[in-house]
Design a protein around this ligand. Sequence first.
Ligand code: PGA
Ligand code: ZN
Length: 403
Amino acid sequence: MSRISRVALRMIYDSRGQETVEATVETDTGHRGVAGAPSGASTGTHEVRAFPVGGVAAALQTGAKDVRPVLLGRDVDDQEGFDATLHQVDGTPDFSRIGGNTATALSIAFALARATERGESLAQSLGALRAPSSWPAIVGNSLNGGRHAIGGPDIQEFIAFAPNATPSDEIRAAIGVHRALGAALHAKYPKLALGRGDEGGWVAPIGNVEALEMLRDACASVRDSTGLSVHPGLDLAASEFYRDGKYRYADRTLDLDGQVRFVEELVDDYGLRYVEDPFDQEEFDGFARLTASVGSKALIVGDDLYTTRRSRLETGIARRSSNAVLIKVNQVGTLSDTLATVHLARSSGLATVTSHRSGEVPEGWLADLAVAFGSAALKCGLLGGERVAKLNELLRLGAATEA
Ligand code: PGA
Ligand code: ZN
């Protein structure tokens, strides 16, 4: 049995240029795992605290003084014990003392160290089959709005949802939509300077409906030219424009009934196969109405609704709120907490979608998690080194099954 012989924490930058925490965990056999924690911008109310009061500097201080000593000497095979120790030393319900991002970086670095020691990919060492019966579909952000894009639509993400037989076909289809959408925007607005948002999707000063029309057409053109499966999807991140009981878009204000009808129409009119956070983060019943009416046509995904918390997912299952749950490790802070939610979802017949954050690190382990969790989809963006790192890792996992 090998043991942890070294633990180190340091400050690194994420893809938005914000400070975050990176952890190194080393075993006494000389194997090592290194992981950085991502950060959100449209964070859910029920997420753990990413950093303690005092930010990354305070996280590093507490990490060196209080966390590191209790991790040294731990059994490399005991992920649950490692994660439980993080909770014990933190002592709060939301990681507000040591910081959820410190916990996330340590928990993943620990899992990576164990995988390295075994000579396996992280996906394999977490129990994934060598050739899974199906690969996670790609959920690829193609056009950005909301908090991730200045001057774009108020819906946060216009998505290419690409379920195909192999990772390479999925990624080809989703990137094809991003490219087709860029070409269409440029052709329609030749004088407009196009930008890219936090997750690598295009940013253009267009409205929700125009963006959806262009996304639908881009998906159709890629389907026609490649024969691959790729369909429009949305992450509305509706909590961001929900105030005083109303959904406040730039061009309309809707009450709950209006919002249910509006999203139902979007699913039907644009062939949406993926709908994330169409309601406020406390609106379990609105979610349930939408799932009942269009859940057979589209994944209805709770992100801010659940924040990867098992207890919130229990509520959603009891109320039949959604048919899918978004999974983000740093919403709960450890791999073990994440797995508890994944297991509940699977045993209840809900799909999981393993997801990046808008502020990311240029590492690929998220793809391993998506495969190990048996997720229906990997949500990771399409352009930018920090997004492509995950796509390329999925390609590697796919290639390993062909070799
Ligand atoms: P966030 O956004 O990482 O900024 O929270 C991503 C999402 O809402 O899915
Ligand atoms: Zn979301």
